[in-house]
Design a protein around this ligand. Sequence first.
Ligand code: SAM
Length: 242
Amino acid sequence: MKWKKIGDILVLDKHDTNTNFQELAKEHKVKTIIKINKIRYEKREPEIKVLYGNDTETINKENKCLFKLDLSKVMWSKGNNNERIRIARLVERDETIIDMFAGIGYFSIPIGKFSEAKKIISTEINPNSFHYLKENIKLNKITNINPILGDNRDIVPNFKGDRIIMGYVKTTHHFLDVAVDSLNKNGILHYHETVPDKLIETRPIKRIREVAGDRDVELLNIQKIKRYAPGVMHVVIDAQLD
Ligand SMILES: C[S@@+](CC[C@H](N)C(=O)[O-])C[C@H]1O[C@@H](n2cnc3c(N)ncnc32)[C@H](O)[C@@H]1O
């Protein structure tokens, strides 16, 4: 049986055949058991089936941060755990960060908690995720996050950042122009892409260079996050632009 525990909710694999949910709930000390059928595309909204209990809101603790969320409304990707803390550790004192796809604060909260960033501008288009982003800022007692609801195409051009996080997949490259325009001199982009294995070394950095125009782009790191589909990897490119 494949399962994951998010806060006090057990998420079973789509194909799980278990039926004794009461016993399962007792064994794993959870209040609710669900299956996630799919995550709808742009706003990453889940379609779930509740198998046991009824409360789908929980608080998940990860890397000493608290993330409150409702699993019937917003997603949680366990596989991005290491990336969430890796980014927080890279942030240097007094940096201004733009978190373009902030969700419930997947990156913004650890950055607020563990770095000495000056300011974190966190933009999110989905009102449900935005609600929990604000809740999580309070829950973790963070004072330097500025959460903004809306499309980052409209919001990000009003700001400049030393580090811009593009934690989104599939069409992230459509937002590269906005990110590059708002990135300060010598700023760093963390650009996520789902890319065929044989193009990992070439396609993402080529896309950044195409948008960067005259700015010099230095490839700092390629981080493999997880397998996205057969032959396709979710990667993060760290790139510095002069
Ligand atoms: C869920 S996060 C990705 C997960 C995250 N990388 C992690 O560590 O688990 C992506 C977020 O981007 C938001 N989003 C999508 N398009 C957007 C846009 N144009 N402007 C702002 N936010 C957007 C979605 O609503 C979603 O909450």
